[in-house]
Write a new protein. Structure first.
Length: 526
C-alpha cells in the first residue's frame, strides 16, 4: 500500500548517488538520449493523470485509526495507494485500483443535510469521513507538504561535507515529493470534473514547476484547460455528406478563451467545494482564474489554451534531466534569490523563478562544452558551478545584451527593458518584462557579493566541531545569511580584513566598489 516512487524521480535520485565516473557516463548517455526523455515526459504525466482519476480526497476527523479507515474504504474496491497529510485538518488521498470503485464509493455517500442553509448537490470526489463509533488507537503517519524552515535548512547544509553535497541536500529538502505531485494531479482531476460538465473531452493539465522538475514544496499549482481533444477531426469519406456542430463564435481566440474561463471560473466559485477566493483575471496577457484550494493548501492558477507554457515546461524538464547538477544549481540559485528577496511570493517587479531558471540554463550553455571531463574536473566542476554562476551574472552586460536560450548566446536587446530574456517559443516576447532596473541591480549586486564570498577561502571551510555544538554556517549556508551589502548598519559576518587572493577578486572588488559606492567601500574596509 505504499506509493511507488515515480520512475523519473527515482532515476534522478539514482543519478545523484552515482560516483563521478558513472555520472560522466550517465551524462554522456542522457545527452544523446534527449528525445527519449521528451517522450517519457508526456507518458509520465498521462500515467499520473490516470492515477488521479482513480483517487479521492477525504477530510478525516483529527483522531483516526488508519486500519479502520482502510478496511471501511476497501469494501468498495482494492486500494492501490494512500497517504495522509495535514493542512487545515487531516486529509487522506486514496487511490483505488479501478475507476469502478470510485463509482461504488460515491454510491454509498450522502449529501449532508445542513440547517438554516442549503447545499449545492454537486457530487465531487472531495469527501468527508464521519466517525461516530469508538476511535481506537490513533495511528497515522502524515506526509509533509511544506518545506523545512530556512534556519533548519542552514543547519542541515552546515552539516554537509562539501558545497556539492550542500546543493544536493538543499534540492532534496525542497523538491516536490511523490505524494505532493500526486495531490497536485488530484486537484487538477477534481477541477476537471467541473469543466467536464461543459466539455467532456477536456483535460486539466498541470504545467510549470509542478511538473518541470524544479518545483519546491509549497509552490503554486499552474494548470491549463486543454480543449484540443474537443476538436479532433473524424475523417469520414464516401457519401459526400458530413455533419458539423453549430458553434458560437467569438471575435478572437483570446475572446473565446476569456468566455470559457469566465464560465469555468464561475462554476469553480459556486459549485466546487474547497475552492475559495476565486478571482477572474481575464485581461492579463494570459487570461487566468486564480483561487486557493483549501484542502490541499495550493494556490492555483487556471489558464486555457496555453500550449506554449506546456512546451517550455517540457523544455525545462528535459534540461533538468540531462544532468543532476542542473537541478541542484537551479534549486540553489532559487533558494538564494528567495532568502535575499530577489524573488517574491507576491507579483511585482521582482525577477520570477522562471526567469531565474532561464538565467541558470543560459549560464550553463555558455560554459565551454566538456568533451569528457576527468574525474578531478567533474568534482571541481560541481563545486565551481555555483561560484561561476555568480561571477557570470555579476559581470553580465545586462544593459546591452539579451539572454537567448534558443540560440544559446547573448544578443543585442531588441527593446529597452532592464532584463531581457527572450521567450524560447514566442520569440517576440520578453519573459522578464516585469523586472525593473532596481530589482536587476539588486540581483547583480548580490551575485557579486556571493561570488566574492565564495572566493574567500574562509567561507569554503567547514569548521571541525567535535562537540554537539551547532556547526557555524559555511559554504552555501553562509550565502543564505542576510546580505551585508543589503542591510547597511547591520554588523557583517566578514569582520576581518581580507586581502584579495587574486587579480580576479581585485577586479570584482573594484566593480563592487564602483557599482555600490559607499557600500563597496564599507565591505572592503570591514
Ligand atoms: N511562463 C512563461 N513566460 C513567462 C512566465 C511563465 O512561459 N513570462 C510559463 C513557464 O512555463 C513557467 C509557467 O508559465 O514555468 C508557470 O509560471 P510561474 O508559476 O511563474 O513559474 P514556475 O516555473 O511554475 O515557478 P514557481 O515555482 O515560482 O511557480
Ligand atoms: Mg508556478
Amino acid at each position: 500500500l505504499k506509493w511507488c516512487p515515480n520512475s523519473d524521480l527515482q532515476a534522478q535520485r539514482r543519478l545523484a548517488r552515482t560516483t563521478f565516473a558513472t555520472k560522466a557516463q550517465a551524462i554522456n548517455k542522457t545527452l544523446h538520449a534527449a528525445p527519449t526523455s521528451v517522450e517519457s515526459f508526456s507518458s509520465i504525466q498521462d500515467e499520473r493523470r490516470e492515477r488521479a482519476e482513480r483517487s479521492v480526497l477525504i477530510s478525516c476527523p483529527p483522531k483516526i485509526n488508519e486500519r479502520k479507515i482502510l478496511d471501511y474504504l476497501s469494501k468498495h474496491g482494492d486500494i492501490r495507494n494512500y497517504f495522509f497529510y495535514q493542512t487545515y485538518g487531516m486529509y487522506a488521498v486514496v487511490e483505488f485500483s479501478s475507476k469502478e470503485s470510485i463509482a461504488a464509493l460515491k454510491g454509498s455517500c450522502t449529501i449532508p443535510s445542513v440547517q438554516h442553509e442549503a447545499s449545492v448537490p454537486f457530487k465531487s470526489r472531495l469527501l468527508s469521513l464521519k466517525w461516530t463509533g469508538s476511535i481506537g488507537p490513533t495511528t497515522v503517519k502524515c506526509h509533509e507538504q511544506l518545506p523545512i524552515s530556512i534556519n533548519e535548512l542552514i543547519q542541515q547544509l552546515s552539516e554537509q561535507e562539501s558545497i556539492d553535497q550542500q546543493m544536493q541536500c538543499l534540492t532534496e529538502a525542497y523538491q516536490l515529493t511523490e505524494e505532493n505531485i500526486s495531490l497536485r494531479f488530484l486537484v487538477c482531476s477534481l477541477l476537471r470534473d467541473i469543466a467536464a460538465a461543459y466539455f467532456p473531452e477536456s483535460i486539466i493539465r498541470p504545467f510549470g514547476s509542478t511538473v518541470n522538475s524544479f518545483g519546491k514544496l509549497g509552490c503554486d499549482l499552474d494548470m491549463f484547460l486543454d480543449l484540443d481533444g474537443v476538436s479532433v477531426q473524424n475523417q469520414r469519406k464516401g457519401s459526400g455528406l458530413s455533419l458539423e456542430y453549430q458553434v458560437k463564435r467569438g471575435a478572437s481566440e483570446r475572446n473565446v478563451t476569456q468566455s470559457i474561463l469566465s464560465v469555468i471560473g464561475e462554476c469553480v466559485d459556486q459549485f466546487s467545494p474547497g475552492c475559495v477566493g476565486v478571482q477572474k483575471i481575464l485581461n492579463a496577457r494570459v487570461p487566468l482564474v486564480r483561487f486557493s484550494h483549501q484542502p490541499s493548501g495550493f494556490q492555483c492558477d487556471l489558464t486555457a489554451n496555453n500550449r506554449v507554457a506546456m512546451k517550455s515546461t517540457e523544455l525545462l524538464y528535459v534540461y533538468g534531466s540531462l544532468d543532476a547538477r542542473v537541478r541542484y544549481l537551479v534549486f540553489t540559485v532559487r533558494c538564494w534569490a528567495r532568502v535575499h528577496g530577489i524573488t517574491s511570493g507576491i507579483p511585482g517587479a521582482w525577477i520570477t523563478n522562471f526567469s531565474l531558471t532561464v538565467l541558470v540554463l543560459f549560464f550553463l550553455q555558455q560554459r565551454t562544452p566538456a568533451v569528457l571531463p576527468t574525474l578531478d574536473q567533474l568534482r571541481d566542476l560541481a563545486e565551481k558551478l555555483l561560484q561561476e554562476f555568480f561571477e557570470f551574472y555579476g559581470s553580465f552586460a545586462f544593459n546591452r545584451s539579451s539572454i537567448n536560450i534558443r540560440k544559446g548566446r547573448e544578443q543585442n536587446k531588441p527593446e529597452a527593458a532592464a532584463l531581457y530574456i527572450q521567450n524560447p517559443f514566442e520569440t517576440s516576447l520578453n519573459v522578464s518584462k516585469n523586472v525593473n532596473a532596481t530589482q536587476l541591480e539588486r540581483f547583480v549586486a548580490l551575485c557579486r557579493e556571493s561570488a566574492w564570498l565564495l572566493q574567500q577561502g574562509e567561507v569554503l571551510k567547514r569548521s571541525a566541531t567535535p562537540s554537539a555544538d551547532q556547526i557555524p554556517p559555511w559554504g552555501l549556508a553562509a550565502l543564505l545569511l542576510p546580505s551585508v551589502a543589503e542591510s547597511a548598519g547591520v554588523k557583517g559576518r566578514r569582520k576581518k580584513k581580507r586581502e584579495p587572493a587574486s587579480e580576479r577578486i581585485k577586479t570584482l572588488l573594484q566593480s563592487l566598489k564602483s557599482s555600490r559606492g559607499g557600500a563597496g567601500e564599507k565591505q572592503s574596509s570591514d
